[in-house]
Every structure is written in C-alpha cells, then in structure tokens.
Design a protein around this ligand. Structure first.
Ligand SMILES: [Ca+2]
Ligand SMILES: [Ca+2]
Ligand SMILES: [Ca+2]
Length: 680
C-alpha cells in the first residue's frame, strides 16, 4: 500500500490538470463529436481573423452535431471516472452535488482543462508515369528529372550526354539498358490537432504530425547514415544480419540525419487563444490563412502537403452586429542568428536587431455569421463577404551566406555573423483582396494580390545595388496574382458545376535555370537577363491545387502561368446520415504568362484531364465542405496531361538535335492516386 500511496501523490496534481480523452467512453451530454470538432478546428485556421467564440463554433456546427465543446462544469460521472485512477484515500471528495449550483469560485477550484483531439490518419498511394513528358533534358535542367533506372540520351543546347542504367535484359551475363518511366509509392501521415480548453475563453491549440508524409519503405533496418567527413552524409555499412537491401527485416522510425531528413514526431504549431470582452488575443506559432488560400494557406486540408505557419502575436476585434472584423498582427518571419548554445540550457535570445525580417499584418473583413448566412440564402437573398489583408515586410541587414566561413551557422560567433552581413534594405507591401458573393446556389469567390517592393542588394555576399541605368539602382518586386472560383449547385445539391481561373504574373527577363524559367530550381534567386531588374514571377501557395500533374508536381505550384478549369462533381448516392458516393472530372488548360518562360517559347503549356471517384462513410459530417470531414473517406483519382508547344522545344532545337541524330519529342504524362483516410 505505501508503494501505491506514493504513486498517488504524484498522480493527484497531474489529474487536477487532466482531461477525459476522447477515446474514453463518455456519459451522455459530454459532447465530443468528431464532426463538429473537425469542422470547428479547421474553421480556426481557414477563417482568419474571425474571433472563434463559442457562439461562432456552435452556429457553424452541422445540424446533427452536439452543441458545445467547451468544458462543462464537472459532473459526478466525470469526477468518478478520474478518481477511479487514484486510491480512494486521495480521491477528492465529490465537491459538486448538483452542477447547476456551481459558483464561479468553485468552478476554478475543480475545473480541469479538457483535451479535444482532432486530426486524421491518411495513406496515399501514387503512381507517376512519364512526368518528364518525354523531354530529353539533363537531370539538372529538367522540370521533372527522369527516373534513375531509366536510360536515355540527354540533349541540351547541342550538348549530348548518356545516362545509363546498364543491368537489365534477359541475359545476366550480357546486360541491356534499363528503361522505366514509372515512379510509384505510398506515404502516410497521422495528424493530431490537440486543443486544450482551459475555460470558455482560454485555450491552447496545437498541431503535431506523427510519421509526417513518411514514404513507406524508406526507413528499413539496413539503412543508416552518419555525418560525412567531406560534408553531407555517408551511408553506414549494414550489419551481417541485413547485409543487402533484400534481407531487410523490419522498419525503423525515421530519425533526422540518420535515416531521414525528418523525425517521427514533428510539432508544427502551438499557440494560445484568449477571448477578452473586447476581442481575441492569439499568440505563438499558428496557421495563417486568407481568402482562397492563394498566398496564405493553412494547408489543413485532407490532401494538403504544405502550409503557411507564422510566429505571431495577433489581436482581433470587431463589431459583430455589422459582421465587421479587424485584426492586427506582429509577425516574426526571421530573426537571424540567436544566442543558442549546444552545451547549455537556458533561454536563447536574438543577437541583433538590424538583421530581423519584420512583418506587420492588418486585416479588415466583413463576414456574415454562418447561421445568418444560411438563413439569408434560403430566403433567396444575396450575401457579400470580403476584405483586405495588408502585409508590410522589411529587412535591413541580412546574413544569408552559406558554405562559407561567414555563414550564420548554428553557434556562429558574433565576428562570423558580422562578416557575413550585406545591406538588403528590403521593403515589401502585400495588399491581398478577397471577395465572396453567395446567391441561392451560386458561389463566386475571388482573390487578388499585389506584391510590390524593393531591395538594395540581392547578393548573398557582395553588392549589386548599382545598375547600368543609374536612375534604376537597386531591385524591384512587382508581382500580381488573381484566383477565382465559381460554383453552382443543383439537383438537390448533388451536382456541382465549377469554373476555376487563376493568373500569376511572369517575368519576361527570366529564362532558366531549369528549361524555360517558370521554376526557380535550387540555385537561389533566378537571374534577370536584362538591366530591368524587376522580379515579377508571382507564385501561388503550393497548396492551392488546381490539377494533379502539371502545377501540382511538374511546376510544383501555379507560377508564371494562368489556367482555366471547368469541372463537375456529382454525388451518385447521398444519404442523410452523411454517406456519399460520387465522382467528378476537371479539364485544365494552362498557359504561360510570359512566353519566354515556357521551354518552347509558346504560351500553351498543356491540357490536363483529371477524373475521380470518392466515398465518404456515414460517420462523415453532413457538411458539404470536403475539408471538414469525419469518419472514413477514400478516393481514386486519375489524371492525364497532354503537353502543348510551350512544354516542347524551341523551333530550331529539334532540327539541331536531328543533325546530331537525336530525336526530340514530348509525350503525355499519367497519374493514378488512391487516398484513404480516417478523420476525427
Ligand atoms: Ca536578429
Ligand atoms: Ca529581433
Ligand atoms: Ca524581370
């Protein structure tokens, strides 16, 4: 017994801060439903800067969901469930006999934070076929390099190079060249969004990914690395039990720098929210999302891979009667070198102020409350939502050096950091407009952004302030982007007809380093070929997805291109319990904004056709927003991209290569995807 008593002493204080896990069975009325919860948590990120009051959350719940998620005064059942873990002797007496008699002070004595756990587990299997589009570019110039097990002859500007995997064919003694245009695999992610509700107006939000986009099969026992004496990594010799890859026995957890670049647990965000009588305070590392997500995109969708996460202190207030909200944020996009030490604990601090990237964000928004919005629409009225997010970013000094003795490496000395400084003097303003028009079953949404700024110097070391045109010293940023979505629902909302459009400004002075010049490759800032020195290629947030092949993978995002995207989705079967089975298709016509950035110097890049089938189990919410799901969801997608002249070769190139006995051509790419996920 003494042994147990000792343990209990430790347990008690922890249990006072403890919480009923959602996995535990709950008494009636304890309110923990996946549907409502998922939608609530995703509302947080997707609708900056609306204060997430309890009222809002309630009103946005689907009709079948339970009303509230915030801590209720402790009930007998709840107290019993936790005290059963403590010995009777240490168990707190059930203070509350009748929870309707609770007074505020009692509440604080016995209230305990409640943990809500939301998120998803997903697996995605993907097949890429011929994503190089049959182009014969060398690996370092290609938009999509050919697989290493594919043998081919590359041609670039008259240069011929052989890339051979020479071990295939029937005869092991006389191997042939391998050819394989397919890349296939699968990945998983377990995403947790724990919310710790301390009280109605106080909570701690977070996001933790486990096995974050782990490529299945990438961390077998026999595969390990250590730091290489010549930089980078060196693979460690395998043990005698797994001498060859084919003998691998089991999987190891991913460990950064050992068998992967990332770890098995990744804490993406943690932030606090405090609702005061005059508005909401948010502070910490949090999602940022605005409008359609063209620029700031929380990336909290079920099929998302990239996010906008900001280190921020933000205050949001508004006039609820007018549906007006205003928020001001102070961001920390990059502080430069800090005083951290590998040998000591304690609090590190920012070493210098002039090298900070500073950012301030002001958001003004009108947004009708969802319940009133539904009411207005059902009466045939018009709903107008919209706003502007205004961002100002600046940096004066910068140490962006790498691979030199002046770089701000971890633990670098003040001398080193100082020697690596250049005068950046960058000032960037980003006004981002968002408009949403809802009328009956029609939705029209648009986002338009301008990125306008200047820099004294774009070099990592050295100074390129002076231009040959003396009145045009320095460098400019002039980028523009537009995205629109139009959707019409009919046939009892089962049929959705959509039209998407997007435009990202290009840069007529940029060609390369990849073929064309739409993508920046890995070589830093793309060089300007003229003395114009204006960086004008606008890039959408990579999670703003419009297709399955061209922008999603080959170009990596919408950048320097524009597209037209008619699409349709139809629910073959749709039940009141949330179960849905349906399919859809989209056609995407993509063009380059500046023809010189297309590899073939023609605007037309390609036509892509994407098809899908999807199934949502009955546990799913009735919400039509596919980002707010519960239960099991699966889909099968197929896409084909037909490259047009812009993804082909320059007029003279085919002839020039033909004279060297090389045939240049392009061909279609295909993809096949399976998605399976469990949402809670
Ligand atoms: Ca600093
Ligand atoms: Ca600072
Ligand atoms: Ca330019």
């Amino acid at each position: 017994m003494p042994h147990i008593r000792r343990a209990a002493v430790f347990v008690v204080p922890m249990l006072l801060l403890s919480f009923p896990l959602s996995a535990q069975p709950k008494p009636e009325g304890e309110l923990e439903t996946s549907d409502d919860a998922t939608s609530a948590s995703q509302d947080e990120s997707s609708e900056t800067p609306e204060p997430a009051s309890t009222e809002t959350r309630r009103s946005e719940s689907p009709p079948n969901a339970h009303p509230s998620l915030t801590p209720a005064p402790i009930s007998q059942a709840n107290a019993a469930s936790s005290s059963s873990l403590i010995s009777q002797h240490d168990a707190p007496a059930p203070v509350v006999e009748n929870h309707e008699q609770v007074f505020a002070e009692d509440w604080w004595h016995i209230a305990r934070p409640i943990l809500e756990l939301h998120g998803y587990f997903r697996m995605r299997a993907e097949l890429f076929q011929n994503f190089s589009l049959g182009r014969s570019d060398p690996y370092d110039k290609a938009l999509w390099p050919r697989p290493p097990d594919h043998s081919y002859t590359s041609w670039f500007d008259g240069q011929i190079q052989q890339h051979a995997a020479h071990a295939c064919g029937e005869d092991a003694a006389n191997p042939q060249y391998c050819t394989d245009k397919t890349q296939a695999g699968a990945n998983i992610r377990f995403r947790l969004n724990p919310e710790l509700h301390v009280s109605d107006n106080l909570r701690i939000m977070s996001q933790i990914d486990l096995l974050d986009n782990l490529v299945l099969g990438s961390t077998p026992t026999g595969y390990a690395n250590e730091p290489s004496s010549s930089g980078g990594f060196a693979r460690v010799a395998p043990s005698g039990y797994t001498p060859l890859g084919v003998y691998n026995e089991t999987m190891m957890p991913p460990v950064a720098g050992y068998n992967a670049y990332g770890n098995s647990i990744t804490v993406k965000r943690v932030w606090g929210e405090y609702l005061t009588p005059i508005g909401q305070l948010r502070f910490g590392r949090m999602p940022s999302h605005w409008g359609l997500g063209m620029v700031q995109n929380a990336g909290d969708g079920y099929d998302s891979d990239t996010q906008s996460t900001v280190d921020r202190l933000m205050f949001t207030t508004g006039i609820k009667a007018l549906d007006l909200y205003v928020s001001a944020a102070w961001d920390f996009p990059g502080e430069g070198a800090i005083s951290q030490s590998a040998q000591q604990q304690g609090q590190a601090y920012d070493l210098a102020q002039l090298d900070d990237v500073n950012q301030y964000v002001l958001t003004l928004m009108r947004r009708k409350q969802p319940a009133l919005q539904r009411l207005t629409l059902s009466r045939g009225g018009l709903v107008l939502n919209g706003g502007v997010q205004f961002t100002y970013r600046h940096q004066f000094l910068a140490n962006d050096a790498f691979n030199t003795t002046n770089a701000a490496n971890l633990g670098a000395s003040a001398d080193t950091i100082q020697d690596g400084y250049v005068r950046r003097n960058a000032k960037i303003i980003i006004p981002d407009l968002w408009l949403q028009i809802l009328y009956k079953k029609l939705r029209f949404e648009a986002e338009a952004v301008m990125v306008r700024g200047s820099l004294d110097n774009t070099e990592v070391a050295g100074n390129n302030y002076e231009n040959v045109r003396e009145d045009e010293n320095g460098h400019k940023i002039r980028q523009y982007g537009v995205a629109t979505q139009t959707e019409f629902r009919t046939v009892e909302d089962r049929l959705s007809l959509q039209f998407g459009f997007g435009w990202a400004s290009g840069d007529p002075d940029v060609t390369g380093p990849q073929v064309g010049g739409l993508t920046p490759g890995s070589g830093g800032l793309q060089p300007q070929r003229t003395d114009d020195r204006t960086d004008s290629t606008f890039r959408f947030h990579p999670d703003y997805r419009v297709d399955l092949i061209l922008h999603r993978h080959i170009l990596n995002r919408v950048q320097g291109t524009y597209y037209f995207r008619p699409s349709v989705d139809y629910d073959f079967s749709r039940k009141p319990n949330g179960q849905r089975f349906g399919g859809g298709g989209a056609v995407i016509w993509s063009r380059a904004s500046e023809f010189v950035q297309a590899p073939g110097h023609r605007r037309d890049l390609g036509i892509e056709i994407d098809l899908q089938l999807y199934f949502q189990s009955k546990d799913g919410s009735l919400n039509d927003d596919p980002e707010k799901m519960g239960g099991f969801f699966t889909m099968l997608q197929y896409g084909v991209l037909f490259p047009l002249g812009g993804l082909g070769y320059l007029p003279g190139e085919e002839e020039q290569a033909a004279n060297q006995n090389i045939r240049l051509e392009t061909s279609a790419a295909h993809t096949l995807r399976w998605f399976g996920g469990i949402f809670f």
